[in-house]
Design a protein around this ligand. Structure first.
Ligand code: ZN
Ligand code: ZN
Length: 181
């Protein structure tokens, strides 16, 4: 069975990791494991932006994943960026193995809203499935309800579902038939 490893960096709510483990294993028919929490990489922090560079988490993941891991997903609760964008919800290697998601901008409180665990969990699941979708080889989808639609803002994330549209699903079925996933 395929193994997805969830790797927390820094403080990450353990109940969220358990939620992801359960939902991702159902959704992707994979065994899902939670790695031991490690420190945030200090060199990834940009003091002027007060954000962490997301690509560095992908590099760190490579040294941490247990054998037989098919996909590794870093989970962080700090704000992430890539140089050309003000922030990112996550990043992934397309047709690769490593991905990262940030919970930081998924908290309803970030937008001045009251805490709502259901909304918060759904957002996390969508971003996790989205980034893992990239590692399987999917690009961005034009269907705004598809989980592979690009999220520019939290409204985009809330608009999409946590599942794949039929086109993206067809691609995944073909990939799994080739036993890549
Ligand atoms: Zn994307
Ligand atoms: Zn799609």
């Amino acid at each position: 069975m395929s193994i997805i490893s969830l790797q927390p960096f820094g403080d990450v709510d353990f109940s969220i990791l358990c939620y992801l483990r359960e939902e991702l294993s159902k959704k992707l028919s994979a065994e899902c494991k939670i790695g031991k929490q490690v420190d945030l990489p200090e060199k990834a922090f940009d003091p002027s932006r007060k954000q962490y560079r997301s690509t560095m988490f992908l590099d760190q993941l490579k040294t941490l994943l247990p054998d037989k891991t098919l996909k590794g997903l870093a989970v962080v609760d700090v704000d992430l960026y890539v140089p050309r964008l003000s922030f990112v919800f996550g990043e992934a290697e397309v047709e690769g193995k490593h991905a990262v998601i940030s919970l930081f901008r998924l908290h309803p409180q970030y937008y001045g809203q009251p805490q709502d665990i259901e909304i918060y969990q759904k957002r996390i699941l969508k971003e996790a499935v989205h980034e893992i979708g990239h590692t399987i080889g999917l690009g961005h989808c034009s269907d705004s309800r598809c989980v592979m639609h690009f999220s520019n803002s939290i409204e985009d994330t809330d608009c999409k579902r946590e599942s794949f549209c039929s086109n993206c699903l067809d691609y995944l079925v073909e990939e799994s038939e080739e036993a890549k996933f």
